[in-house]
Structures are given as structure tokens and as C-alpha cells.
Write a protein that binds this ligand. Structure first.
Ligand SMILES: *C/C=C(C)/C=C/C=C(C)/C=C/C1=C(C)CCCC1(C)C
Length: 245
């Protein structure tokens, strides 16, 4: 496999929607990264790290999408599960860093950051097991992953993150509410992809029972990433603007 997959990119069939979303995902992540990086110059010093992290998240995704797009084409529609999870293992902890950065001034600790990161790593590693090595036990691994996911939801909505964000400022509290919706609704797109992509589904739900049997796992994951990486970054960007004035 050539590292740049240049030949394959010339051969996307018009009805190959999966490849299409990999391609557009690459471009969208690249554009978002350029935007966040260039905006650093116009960002107040105290918010610069937050906006930088937004750019790192989309930049890491852009590089992975470039490879995933090539993998998908060169394998004739294969699912780049390995690249997918490497991407998530790098970008989701960086989203945890965003929660730490916005609550730091009102008392957010490194201990809180580690709690978030640990939960996200458990969520992703167990999801990877269910999708790859232990596919026959996808329900069990999906449930463990889901528990870690709900713990993050709890921290952001009602736990330490919520309390610190409220104490920080109305702008931070508002941004944390919006980020909370991303975690609750935006991140819930991923378990749907998992249900479609594994034999057992999740929580006893199969793709057929949900009426989404015809969907493609990678399209679901690609939509999830566009919403959650770019959207999440824009919320941080908006906070950096409103809090600067
Ligand atoms: C940029 C990438 C993001 C925000 C990825 C988030 C991924 C998840 C929230 C994945 C969650 C999963 C479950 C809650 C259960 C089934 C297995 C997963 C890993 C798909």
C-alpha cells in the first residue's frame, strides 16, 4: 500500500457514499484546523491554549482521515478500525483537556483531568475490543464502554465539571452546557455505529431492531466525528470570543 494512496483517490465511484464521507471529512478537518490555528493570533492570551487544542483535535483527525480514506479505497470498502481508534484515543482525551482548561481558573484540578481521561480510555479500549478482538462478546464490551461513557456524561452535566463551570463565569457555564449536549447527543452517535458494525449490537439492541440495518458504520462514525470535533471546537472558539470582550 502506498503511503499516500494517490492512485486510489482517482477512482471513487459516484455512488460510493462511504468513500465520499471519508474524503469530505478529510477536507473539513483540514479547513477547521487552518481556521483554529490562524485565529490564535486574534485570541486573548488566556484562551489561546483552548483554541490551540481545538485545532490539534481537528488536525489529528485530518491526518487520520487522510489515511482512512486511502485504506477504505484501497481495500475496496474496508473499515479502517485501527486508524479510527488511534484517532479517537488521541482526540477524545484532548476533549477532556478542554474541560480541564475551561474549569481550571475556578478550581479544576489535574486529578479531575485524569478522571476524564481514564474514563475516555476505558470507553475506547473496551469499544475496540468489542469491535475487533472479541467481536463475539460485543454486547459485554459495549456495556462496559457505555458505563464509562455515562460516567463522563455525569461529570459534565452534574458532577465536578458542571459545578466548576458554574462557579467560573456565566460564559463558561453556558459553554459547558453546550459541550454537555455534544457529549450527551453528539457522542451518542458512536454507539449507533457500534450497533451497526458488530454482530451483537449493544444493550440487546441490534441494527435490525432499531430499523437502521441498512446503514453503514463508517458513515455513522464519520458524521459523528464532523459534528463532534468541529462543532466542539467551535463552541470553545465562541467561548474564547465572548469571554475576551
Ligand atoms: C472525535 C471522536 C470522538 C468524540 C469519539 C467518541 C467516541 C465515543 C463516545 C464512543 C463510544 C462507544 C460507546 C459508548 C459504546 C460502544 C463503543 C463505542 C466506543 C463506540
Amino acid at each position: 500500500m502506498s503511503p499516500f494512496f494517490l492512485d486510489a483517490s482517482a477512482a471513487i465511484a459516484a455512488d460510493n457514499y462511504v468513500a465520499f464521507t471519508f474524503f469530505i471529512g478529510t477536507m473539513a478537518m483540514m479547513a477547521a484546523s487552518v481556521f483554529f490555528f490562524f485565529e490564535l493570533n486574534n485570541t486573548d492570551k488566556e484562551w489561546r491554549t483552548s483554541v490551540l487544542v481545538s485545532g490539534l483535535i481537528t488536525f489529528i483527525a485530518a491526518v487520520h482521515y487522510y489515511y482512512m480514506r486511502g485504506y477504505n479505497l484501497e481495500t475496496g470498502g474496508g473499515s479502517p478500525t485501527f486508524f479510527r481508534y488511534v484517532d479517537w484515543l488521541l482526540t477524545v482525551p484532548l476533549m477532556c483537556v478542554e474541560f480541564y482548561l475551561i474549569t481550571k481558573k475556578s478550581g479544576g484540578t489535574v486529578g479531575l483531568l485524569w478522571k476524564l481521561i481514564l474514563a475516555s480510555v476505558v470507553m475506547l479500549v473496551t469499544g475496540y475490543f468489542g469491535e475487533t478482538i472479541y467481536r463475539d462478546q460485543s454486547v459485554l464490551w459495549g456495556v462496559i464502554s457505555g458505563a464509562a461513557y455515562f460516567y463522563i456524561v455525569y461529570l459534565v452535566w452534574f458532577g465536578e465539571v458542571a459545578k466548576l463551570a458554574t462557579a467560573a463565569s456565566p460564559a463558561v457555564a453556558k459553554a459547558n452546557k453546550t459541550l454537555g449536549w455534544f457529549v450527551l447527543v453528539g457522542w451518542a452517535i458512536y454507539p449507533l455505529g457500534y450497533i451497526v458494525g458488530t454482530p451483537g449490537g449493544l444493550f440487546g439492541m441490534s441494527a435490525e431492531s432499531l430499523g437502521i440495518g441498512g446503514l453503514n458504520m463508517d458513515i455513522i462514525y464519520n458524521i459523528g466525528d464532523a459534528v463532534n470535533k468541529i462543532g466542539f471546537g467551535l463552541v470553545i472558539y465562541a467561548l474564547s470570543r465572548s469571554a475576551s470582550k
